[in-house]
Design a protein around this ligand. Structure first.
Ligand SMILES: [Mg+2]
Length: 94
């Protein structure tokens, strides 16, 4: 799945521009859960039975709210990636 497809998928059932601050708070909450999962060394690609609380799950949760925030702020993450690549190539001499 492409990032644009993930953004569109999330927007299809979770799009509330008036909830922008809520999405931001959820993102911070999920970053905290990701920190816990990393500290507990719950790395690797789990199957469904081991997904809860894993780094994989929390990374996805972070990505979910990044996409939700991008949607309510009218940001195309794929286009932004292209633009940032230009800036980063110059900044880091890649
Ligand atoms: Mg979570």
């Amino acid at each position: 799945m492409k990032i644009s497809e993930l953004q569109a998928h999330i927007q299809s059932f979770d799009y509330a521009p008036e909830q922008s601050h809520h999405y931001f708070l959820k993102l911070i909450e999920e970053v905290g859960e990701l920190s816990q999962a990393i500290n507990q060394q719950k790395s690797g690609q789990p199957e469904l039975a081991e997904l809860k609380g894993s780094v994989a799950e929390e990374l996805y949760d972070v990505l979910y709210y990044v996409c939700a925030l991008a949607n309510v702020h009218g940001v195309d993450l794929e286009r932004t990636h292209e633009l940032k690549e230009v800036l980063n190539k110059a900044k880091y001499n890649r």
